[in-house]
Design a protein around this ligand. Sequence first.
Ligand code: ADP
Length: 762
Amino acid sequence: MDSIKESNDIKELGFGDHICYLYDDFDRYRKFSINYIIKGLLNNEKVLCVIDKYPKDILIEDLSNNNIDVECFIELGQLVIVSNRNVYSRNSGFEPAETMDYWKRELKNIEKESFSGLRTIGEMDFALDGTLDTIGKLMEYELRSNTELLPLYDKALYSCVFNKSKFPDFVLADMVKKHNVVINDGKIIKPNPYFIAPKRQLQIFDEKKCMKKQFSFDINKSYNQLNSYNNKNNIDINILKYVLKTTGDGVWEWSNSENGIYLNYSFYKMLGYRKKDNLMKYEDFLRLVHSEDSRKFIDIVNRCYMNQTDSFNCEVRLKKKNGEWVWVYIKGVPIRRDPGTGKMIKMVGIFDNITEYKNTKMELLTILETTADAILVVNNNRKVIHFNQKLVDMWKLPEDLLEEKSDKKLVEYVKSLTNSPDDFSLSIQEAIDNNIDRVDILKLIDGRVIERSYKPFLVNGKNKCGVFSFRDITDQKKSKKLEQKVLIKQKELEKVKKYEKLKTEFFSTISHELKTPLNVILGTTQLLDSIQKEAQRNEVEKIDKYIKIMKQNCYRLLRLINNLIDINKLDSGFLKLDLKNYNIVEVIENICLSVVEYVKSKKINIVFDTEVEEKIMALDADKIERVILNLLSNAVKFTGENGEITINIYDKGENIIISVKDTGIGIPQDMLEKIFTRFKQVNSSLSKKSEGSGIGLSLVKSIVKLHGGEIEVRSEFEKGSEFIIKLPVTKIENKLTHQDEIAIASETNVERIHIEFSDIYS
Ligand code: ADP
């Protein structure tokens, strides 16, 4: 530093001043120091610099630059530059009494060395070692400087240097009160209006309580500043932060030397005492602890004391003034130990009233124990936090399993009881990972069915733990199954009832149908009888006619009985196809040819047309014949005079299509679906000219189905109908005897036509 330009009027400073120098600009502090030191040297004062932040070599250089023969002053013993370590923070830590002795020795030397006085400058950064202990000692030390040092020698001047950005406010505030001169940002404040007279200081700040007082006054304010501490001792900083942050709840400090516990105001308030913060003997404290909790409390105190643990952590009941019990959570950290034995010298901590929490916990536990479900609570690390007796009973958990509080063995055990063990562990992990509610069913080997539900516990949006609840729903499941069975049986019963009704209806129709032709036959035989009695030759024609009527009605009965037999066979599954390879075109054409004569008498034109002449395929010729005859008889039945019936065969390769089309009365749209249902007739009045039972088409459909085919109907009311049969073309190996088969079929055709056409009056 070349020249001193700072205009600090340090002339104002003199013996008897105890200066609090506050800075946050190092250069300003540097300039002040040089001025301050030079002034002392020129005044024949002994100048003692206890510095570290201002490096010794730079100070020497700065002084030399200001024409000071530094070497000479040092040799004379007038200028002493030492480190903090030599004065304040010695090996065993800062002890105010030791430092006081150091100064006292120096003051005595000055008298011998014939200096005009003593001028000191000392950086106080050493107090920032992160412990409240040292800060407390600094406060004590400054107080003693005022009361013990200054009055001792009236030719002394002390300057204590504080870096404002590093010291907490409460320390700075205290320092301001304890120095009669303050220099803040280079500005000298003399006299210092905030200075408290040493006597008063002594009154207020009892040496032993100095630090503790600060606890309850300025700590919270200072917390943020502490964050900026640039200190090596991080552990202590954390302890300090912890203690400071939690002062709202209550602070305690245990000191070996005092064999007592300092407890602040909120402790006494919690127990219902009016007392302010005070020291309580350890024995007295123990008397407050509930007898059931005292063992664990003493145990943890001893372990902390003997350096077996550094974490003091317990929940105890303390007796209130009114005799009630209050649950208190006590946490602490040893902050000083004997370097030799490791025994605890000092411990600080907090306490908290957790009565409400404990009561709630008790209530919850009671609820858990009285619920019908088995409950298991696990945390994120899959550790069992809680379970109830129901869980033990439900899973018949062995005792050793319960002692280990890891859910792994528990899961393994429970898994072994389930039917699908892999699903079990998978779903438990899934539930925890996905952090969602879920419900699933576990089936146990012993036949029980357990409903498991999982609900995560969210703390601040994070999954902390989850609750599994298990409910035995075996009985519930059983009754549900039974219910289902009853339902099925009921449906079956309804079906049977419906069928019974249908059967009754069917029999009443059939008996009516059987009666009609029988009555006709009966009537005709009576007629024949009377004719025979008065037989005349010319009545042969009449007899012929009646025999014909009888024949036709016999055919009708035969047809009806045939259909009934077939329906019965169909129902019982006995209607089987006798499949042989035929030329289907020939089969159909033969049927058509055979009815031509019959149809002619009805004045209806019949046309047969085909796309192919031959299509060999496997079919039951008898049954196909009945199908076609049935369709043709219907067509004739419902087609008036001069109508036309067209039979077409289309070859679609894999299928053959047979169409029977008429120009008759047609079928109303709403009946199209129904005519294939048994006993359905469109309208009896429409089919007045002919008879029918409504079995024909249902049989037709069944036969077509047996052949693997389909049948459909298209019709326009009063214009005509078309029945379309689609049959798949299949063949039977080594049975190419179709010629013979067709010949046999055509022989029986006439009889069959009579039967199938018997419903139509001739
Ligand atoms: P049914 O023995 O009474 O003829 P079907 O099962 O053969 O019984 O026919 C059922 C009903 O379908 C008939 O009663 C009739 O109302 C109607 N039906 C069948 N074929 C035709 C057709 N070609 N034209 C008009 N109506 C028809």
